[in-house]
Design a protein around this ligand. Structure first.
Ligand code: PXP
Length: 239
């Protein structure tokens, strides 16, 4: 199972004081040493954490796959066109949200999203679409030419009881298999932590998990290298 680490909240810490006592570049290096396979950073329209210059620097200074999360806003798309991350993950964005709250509605916005997909792909950037685990959305993602889907694991992570957890896990298994059958690479993420990640990591049709918040929180207590290593060890239990 590949592990992508989202380093947005390293930038959140820096932005709290706007001084460079902590840097996403430094964090990315440590994540890779600890066992990450790729680095994920979300350049939000409101620039609340990651800044444009972080994306360029990650691209220039770190030799690893970079996954840039982004909305389909023109200005943000232009940064991607210039920086050329390995993957752009398109996500919905609302200003007041604390984090990405739901998947992209590909079915309802097919034309608009497909234009951005084609534009990014013209620069050899692979496109991933962050969607809810629903077959209609997966089919639409495939129809507009995305190479990767990332299934939103938020409902699973926030399940209020064992029944809900089982149901949401089953839905992720079924939809991951559906995506794979359509020839898509399947990733997943959102709300995953040390206690809930294993059942997701065991889903054979999912190739990659993207995890951020829980690892950065754990890093406060054990250090970033150790926090990444601990997550890596859980994922390696599935080998
Ligand atoms: N994947 C996507 C597309 C996301 O938007 C996020 C949150 O930025 C994550 C994964 C990581 O979620 P978390 O920080 O809850 O682990």
């Amino acid at each position: 199972m590949r592990l992508g680490i989202n380093i947005d909240h390293i930038a959140t810490l820096r932005q709290a004081r706007r001084i460079n006592l902590i840097s996403p570049i430094q964090a990315a290096k440590i994540c890779l040493e600890g066992g990450a396979d790729s680095i994920v950073a979300h350049l939000r329209e409101d620039r609340r954490h990651i800044q444009d210059k972080d994306i360029y620097e990650l691209r220039e200074k770190i030799n690893c796959p970079l996954n840039m999360e982004m909305s389909i806003n023109n200005q943000i798309v232009n940064v991607a066109m210039e920086a050329r991350p390995n993957v752009s993950t398109l996500v919905p964005e609302r200003r007041q949200e604390l984090t990405t709250e739901g998947g992209l509605d590909i079915v309802g916005n097919q034309r608009k999203i497909s234009q951005v997909v084609r534009k990014l792909q013209s620069r050899a950037i692979k496109v991933s679409l962050f969607i809810d685990p629903k077959e209609t959305q997966i089919q639409a993602a495939r129809d507009i030419g995305a190479q990767i889907i990332e299934l939103h694991t938020g409902n699973y992570a926030q399940a209020r009881n064992a029944g809900e957890r089982k149901k949401t896990l089953e839905q992720l298994k079924i939809t991951a298999a559906f995506g794979r059958k359509l020839g898509l690479k399947v990733a997943a993420g959102h709300g995953l932590d040390y206690s809930n990640v294993l059942p997701i990591a065991k889903i054979k049709d999912i190739e990659e998990l993207n995890i951020g918040y829980s690892i950065i929180c754990q890093a406060v207590f054990v250090g970033l290298f150790e926090a990444v290593k601990q997550m890596r060890m859980i994922l390696d239990k599935t080998l």
